[in-house]
Design a protein around this ligand. Structure first.
Ligand code: NAP
Ligand code: 3JN
Length: 335
């Protein structure tokens, strides 16, 4: 297998650092790693495979000689630099929402629609974390029984909102337990000991009353499963968990699928681990998902309110399968 020159744009960020760790952990065949970030990171270094590598400041000339560019530096940076990288001959795998719904850009979860990669034109999009962990579980159910409607509520960890959000949960929890005040800076309300039904925290609600995160789940799920007729409604909630997104998912299918049948299908599904023994209090937990490559599903049960629907609980490391790991898996598929 040939080795590649790989650039990571946003290498100093929460997701970028996970990308470096994932490339290393999976022994991705690279001949050179080029970590890129903003002017703020001038002089910084990253560690990779025991080496200390200087961070380079992103510029229009950063992509000469780059084979694969993994982007995780926000939508604005992707919109400006991903087309330049592609024009220089790199294949871009972009972790932002900038190109996800572009009909010319494949939106890929390898276990679900790796086939979409063959039509790429230099830019490939990585889905939103909440969508990724859901579709990796729903794909085998859709293939077996055709999903007609999904009702999902998410319980999203603060790590999805970056380093400042992680710090805010930690510091606010300590302050409140000590009886001291702590004014929110990142989130619009107290996040410690609370749940906030607004993701992302900075965006206005849309005219239809949903948030952009909720509408990402609607549109991205349909694109990845390749079926615009699936009805999807989502409520996305930030919870005081450091890492690992959890989801309560209700799935209505055209053909009746029992919980036992779903469990059997999911036990064979790639990237999925069934943890479903409620009598022994075994079900997926966010704290156990951290650092794991798999997506966990449990509490699988027949919906007592509908003759052809199932309920389940899906958990994954939002920084890994939700972001860095899926991006690296796409790069592995390209090889
Ligand atoms: P973060 O911790 O704030 O890191 C941002 C990274 O982007 C840093 O490396 C930063 O460099 C770099 N950056 C920012 N502006 C830049 C610019 N103008 N030029 C070059 N580099 C720039 O954020 P994060 O949590 O890692 O998230 C990064 C992005 O990943 C998000 O904006 C989002 O698009 C995507 N994301 C996707 C998912 C998903 O669901 N798939 C989840 C989380 C995040 P400096 O250190 O130099 O500032
Ligand atoms: O909040 C989360 O749990 C996931 C956050 C994802 C995110 C954060 C900032 C910008 C995204 C994303 O991937 O959808 C973006 C973006 O729109 O690129």
């Amino acid at each position: 297998m040939s080795t590649k020159v790989v650039a990571v744009v946003g290498a100093t960020g929460v997701v970028g650092r996970q990308m470096l760790e994932t490339l290393e952990a999976r022994n991705f065949p690279l001949s050179r790693l080029v970590p890129l970030a903003s002017e703020r990171s001038r002089g910084k270094t990253v560690s990779f495979k025991g080496e200390t590598i200087p961070v380079e400041v992103l510029s229009e000339n950063s992509f000469e000689g780059i084979d694969i560019a993994l982007f995780s530096a926000g939508g604005g940076t992707s919109k400006k630099y991903a087309p330049l990288a592609a024009a220089s001959g790199a294949v871009v795998i972009d972790n932002s929402s900038a190109f996800r719904m572009d009909p010319d850009v494949p939106l890929v979860v390898p276990e679900v629609n790796a086939h979409a990669l063959k039509n790429h034109k230099g830019i490939i999009a990585n889905p939103n974390c909440s969508t990724t962990q859901m579709v990796v579980v729903l794909k085998p159910l859709h293939d077996a029984a055709r999903i007609r409607r999904i009702v999902v509520s998410t319980y999203q960890a603060v790590s999805g909102a970056g380093i400042a959000a992680i710090t805010e949960l930690q510091e606010q929890s300590r302050a409140l337990l000590a009886g001291e005040p702590y004014a929110p800076k990142v989130f619009p309300h107290q996040i410690a000991f609370n749940c906030l039904p607004q993701i992302p925290q900075s965006d206005a609600f849309l005219d239809n009353g949903y948030t952009s995160e909720e509408m990402k789940m609607v549109h991205e799920t349909r694109k990845i499963l390749g079926d615009d007729s699936i009805a999807v409604t989502a409520t996305t909630v930030r919870v005081p968990v450091l890492n690992g997104h959890s989801e309560s998912v209700n799935v209505q299918t055209e053909k009746k699928l029992t919980a036992a049948e779903a469990r059997a299908l999911l036990s064979k599904a790639p990237g999925v681990v069934v943890q479903d023994d409620p009598q022994h209090q075994i079900y997926p937990l966010a704290v156990n998902s951290t650092g794991k490559f798999d997506t966990f599903v449990g509490r699988i049960r027949d919906d007592i309110s509908h003759e052809s629907a199932l309920d389940m609980w899906i958990v994954s490391d939002n920084l890994l399968k939700g972001a860095a790991l899926n991006t690296v898996q796409i790069a592995e598929e390209l090889l």
